[in-house]
Design a protein around this ligand. Structure first.
Ligand SMILES: Nc1ncnc2c1ncn2[C@@H]1O[C@H](COP(=O)(O)OP(=O)(O)OP(=O)(O)O)[C@@H](O)[C@H]1O
Ligand SMILES: [Zn+2]
Length: 484
């Protein structure tokens, strides 16, 4: 089995090999902490979290680092508006970030470096670039000279000449720093202090770092000169990642990352979900009304590189998908006793299915393909479960069912799809256990006996909503099965 990934740098899908055997160093460009995260941020964090989990499941030891940009114009603007410090804003939204991502079941990174904590490394890198002739100071700012780096544009495929023609001079008019730059495409590594803004002492006077340099410094500090995988949203490819490459590779003379992977954007009516466009839903609002695990499934059902439209139909599809998966995952809880699993708990997965799953997902993280295997398993288990409810037995042996259930549970866990996440994070469970179904059926029977038909109907509706089909038998008994 060979894992192949689409590398933005070569624009090809390539076999993946790690620098060190079985070890992966991976960096993800994180959030600028000036507001609550929206679903787009959620998608980016979730995709790379699942990629990490998959790589770990494939046997790699992964060191995963994601930064926080905690100094930036947008953070400063909000701090000024609220009359509080920059740290107050960044701390508030870092806390919020952890709360939201925990609800979504995202595992913590191994390190969360912050720009304001990495100032020494940032300044060292800027000095190095200056000494090597890649950077020049100008009135307290320091700029990177893109002309000095002949490979500039290799990631995004943009050529400076084309960019210039496309910009047709407008860039200079709208750029307040144009006069200080030798070339309009030069970008700031360090910015001179402005009145009433936080600043830090440096060889170029008081000031603060530019945005791109922080990632170059943090990658170096946390993971080294060359890493295996650098990831982020596709919107960061240019200029952010292009600039990271220019900075790091000019300073070290080594490749910054062997594989560059980019995820697609969450879109609303064809436009990027973004704070500036105002077309966003915050993760916390969404998670208050939609089960986190349904959001997880909604995100994983689309290929990570494709855009993902945020629509009610998409969410509905994920809701239904989760109902099916959840029944499969709860198979042990519902039928384990009947099958005698207490003495012989499931421990083995089906090797053929596991291998098929790996082959599919190995194809550039085809999570949707992997999910299709989970759905097959869950549907099979649902069928067997219905037979167990009605006939007390199935053709399949208890051991075969145990292997099936174990395979489903193990593979679903790779995607972070576990019943526990739903139950600890949601107030509205989407489906019921067999016991809960039985209890509700008994309550309904009692309500009918008392001629409380409104209550009986309400219970029937609740059961229908949760995928239970009722069949009232002559004589008053009610049979049921899970909807297919
Ligand atoms: N709509 C989106 N879909 C997917 N990923 C997104 C989306 N918006 C932002 N991201 C990703 O989230 C990460 C953090 O981005 P950042 O904090 O810079 O937000 P941003 O792009 O400024 O968001 P906004 O445009 O809403 O202000 C980046 O990797 C970025 O690619
Ligand atoms: Zn970055």
């Amino acid at each position: 089995m060979t894992l192949t990934v689409f590398n933005s740098l070569t624009r090809r899908q390539e076999p993946f090999t790690s620098l060190e055997p079985n070890k992966i160093r991976m960096y993800c460009c994180g959030i600028t902490v000036y507001d609550y995260c929206h679903l787009g941020h959620g998608r980016t964090c979730l995709i790379w979290d699942v990629v990490r989990r998959y790589l770990q499941w494939r046997g790699y030891e992964v060191r995963y680092v994601q930064n926080f940009t905690d100094i930036d114009d947008k953070i400063l603007k909000r701090a000024q508006t609220e009359g509080v410090s920059m740290e107050d804003i960044s701390e508030r939204f870092i806390d919020a970030y952890f709360e939201d991502m925990e609800r979504l079941g995202i595992k913590k990174a191994d390190a969360y470096p912050r720009a304001t904590h990495a100032l020494d490394g940032i300044q060292r890198l800027v000095s190095q670039l200056e000494n090597k002739g890649y950077a020049y100071p100008a009135h307290g700012d320091v700029y990177y000279s893109v002309r000095q780096f002949p490979e500039y544009g290799k990631l995004s495929g943009r050529k400076l000449e084309d960019l210039k023609a496309g910009a047709s001079g407008r860039l200079e008019e709208s750029d307040p720093d144009a006069e200080k730059k030798r070339d309009p495409f030069d970008f700031a590594l360090w910015k001179a202090a402005k009145p009433h803004e936080p600043s830090y002492p440096s060889p170029w006077g008081n000031g603060r770092p530019g945005w791109h340099i922080e990632c170059s410094a943090m990658v170096k500090q946390e993971l080294g000169d060359t890493i295996d995988i650098h990831v982020g949203g596709g919107d960061l490819m240019f200029p952010h990642h292009e600039n990271e490459i220019a900075q790091s590779e000019a300073a070290t003379g080594k490749p910054l990352a062997r594989y560059w992977l980019h995820n697609g954007m969450v879109k609303v009516d064809g436009e990027k979900m973004s704070k500036s466009l105002g077309n966003f839903i915050t993760l916390r609002d969404l998670l208050n009304s939609v089960d986190p695990i349904v959001v997880r499934l909604f995100i994983l059902q689309a290929h990570y590189r494709k855009p993902l439209d945020f629509t009610e139909e998409g969410l509905e599809g994920a809701r239904n998908g989760w109902k099916t998966l959840r029944e499969g995952l709860r198979f042990k809880e519902n039928y384990g006793k009947q099958l005698g699993w207490e003495d012989n708990p499931p421990t083995k997965s089906d090797e053929t299915i596991t291998q098929r799953f790996a082959e599919i997902v190995d194809d550039d993280f085809n999570f949707a393909g992997g999910l299709a295997i989970l759905f097959e398993l869950a549907k099979d288990l649902r069928k067997e479960g219905n037979l167990l409810v009605h006939q007390g037995k199935t053709e399949a042996s208890a051991e075969e069912l145990a292997v099936k259930w174990h395979t489903l549970t193990e593979l679903a866990d790779v995607f972070g799809l576990t019943v526990e996440i739903e139950e600890t994070t949601s107030s509205q469970a989407t489906t019921l256990s067999n016991e809960e179904v039985q209890t509700l059926i008994e309550k309904r029977a009692a309500a009918r006996k008392e001629k409380n038909f409104a209550e009986a109907d309400r219970i029937r509706d609740e059961l229908t909503e949760k995928g239970v089909v009722l069949i009232d038998q002559p004589g008053g008994e009610t049979r049921w099965y899970w909807e297919k």
